[in-house]
Write a protein that binds this ligand. Structure first.
Ligand code: GAP
Length: 444
């Protein structure tokens, strides 16, 4: 029986993520480092699975999108051309009394510190979010380089290389998954706003005439991803058109998720016009036009972008998956307690199958079976504690299927498979497990 999640869901998630080793603060033994997060063993399995699922959906299942893995540090002119060096920042002011730093556009009253009520504030000033480093042995201004603030810029500058190498013609897209860095003033809400995060971006290059058609296409495709692949209910998502558009853009929309702290941007779908290509053309002095073989006309490609933070997507997945329910008394040898369960869709669950020997004497057989299954599914062999406790642990990790190897398995060559959500159990011949899980996990 599902029960209402009592108390602060964010607090519960942060605690669960730390306890089970999903996500925890970076550099904890030094007191932590604000805005930086580490993914532990289950966290990294979840993250890889989310990245793979996005990659498969956006690239492998299409013939008009290709991949890229570019460097994090590019020529500094890239960020000058993109506008990040001159304009990527927030207007901030500091409270001279309590030292709190505020984003002026988020202050209810820009003359008063919301932390201590003081009116003793500094003049508003621009604070650039780009992270800097130096490349080469000399640490002076001539050797400044930037950690990329978005993963898409290298896609724009590599466009023609990739087009020629793949012999692709417009319309087609280039996608990449990779780290981005922003010196956020107020990192907050767990991983929602971090200083180092992973982006999953796809830039689709089209002619201006076809651009709105493709913008609507990608909007629908991204909705389908959240609905069908991640199984987010409709009421957890909303599409919010930007009120103000950049002068070069024809449209932009945020896909927002209902986080426990309110609606928050999950993904942006942006019509970027020819802005990026024209800026790189201007700054590199290299022609960035495309020769359309159908019309024999040359033009700068227009870009339609889908951009999502992987960490933010994982936070939304965790919020959507978290549930507490009451297990029926003694069904699994446990008290009638509240169990915590992460109802991940099986395709992204960090562990898809957990194999459990009923007794220590059966460990070898269970481990052998787990090894076989691990070739096809994310599998672990869970040998510690009684079976009830192991089920609870796997529920908290979000494992959709537990396989119990018992004494009878020796005779009937079968195991008991327990479903995380229904807690129903069924006996399945070991020889049929592959077929059984292919159907359950991948609908084959
Ligand atoms: N290339 C376009 C671009 O970067 P953005 O709206 O600045 O657009 C896109 O970022 C997505 O990246 C956001 O929707 C969000 O999911 C993620 N993101 C941005 N800043 C983030 C941060 N500080 N921490 C975590 N994720 C972030």
């Amino acid at each position: 029986m599902e029960v209402n999640v009592e108390g602060d869901l964010m607090e519960k998630l942060v605690t669960l993520c730390k306890r089970r080793g999903f996500i925890f603060q970076s550099s904890e033994i030094y007191g932590g480092y604000n805005g930086f997060w580490d993914y532990g063993p289950y966290g990294v399995m979840l993250k890889r699975a989310v990245e793979q699922t996005w990659w498969k959906y956006m690239i492998e299942e299409r013939d008009n999108v290709v991949g890229l893995d570019s460097t994090i540090i590019c020529h500094p002119k890239v960020w000058k051309a993109s506008g990040h060096v001159d304009r990527f920042g927030d207007i901030m002011c500091d409270c001279k009394d309590c030292k709190t730093r505020h984003r002026v556009d988020q202050m209810e009253d820009p003359t008063t510190c919301s932390n201590c009520g003081s009116k003793n504030l500094t003049e508003p000033r621009e604070f650039n979010l780009m992270m800097k480093t130096h490349v080469g042995p000399v640490s002076d201004d001539d050797h400044i380089a930037y950690l990329r603030a978005e993963s898409c810029q290298p896609i724009f500058i590599d466009f023609h290389q990739i087009r020629i190498a793949t012999r692709k013609q417009l319309p087609f897209g280039i996608a990449q998954i990779g780290k981005a860095f922003r010196n956020e003033i107020t990192p907050r809400m767990f991983t929602f706003r971090s200083r180092e995060f992973t982006q999953m971006e796809m830039e689709f290059f089209v002619s201006d005439e076809e651009s709105m058609e493709w913008y609507n296409f990608w909007k629908a495709e991204r909705r389908r991803f959240y609905k069908d692949v991640l199984q987010f209910p409709d009421e957890m998502l909303q599409f919010h058109d930007h009120d103000k558009l950049a002068h070069y853009a024809k449209a932009a929309v945020d896909i927002e998720f209902k986080f426990p702290f309110g609606w928050g941007e999950l993904e942006g779908i942006h019509h970027r016009g020819t802005w990026d290509m024209s800026r790189h053309q201007e700054f590199s002095c290299e022609n960035q036009e495309y020769l359309d073989q159908k019309t024999n006309k040359k033009y700068l490609p227009t870009v339609v972008e889908t951009s999502v933070g992987c960490d933010r997507m994982i936070l939304a997945i965790l919020c959507n998956a978290y549930a507490e329910d009451k297990a029926p008394t003694n069904k699994e040898g446990m008290e009638d307690d509240v169990r915590i369960v992460l109802r991940f869709p099986a395709i992204i669950a960090p562990v898809q199958v957990a194999v459990m020997p009923l007794s220590k004497k059966l460990n070898d057989k269970a481990e052998e079976l787990a090894r076989k299954l691990s070739r096809f599914y994310r599998t672990e062999c869970d040998v510690t504690g009684n079976i009830g406790k192991r089920y609870r642990r796997q529920d908290e990790i979000g494992t959709p299927y537990c396989v119990t190897y018992d004494f009878e398995s020796e005779n009937d060559n079968a195991v008991t498979v327990r479903d995380r959500d229904t807690m129903e159990q069924e006996r399945v011949p070991i020889a049929d497990l592959k077929q059984y899980f292919d159907k359950k996990l991948y609908n084959w």
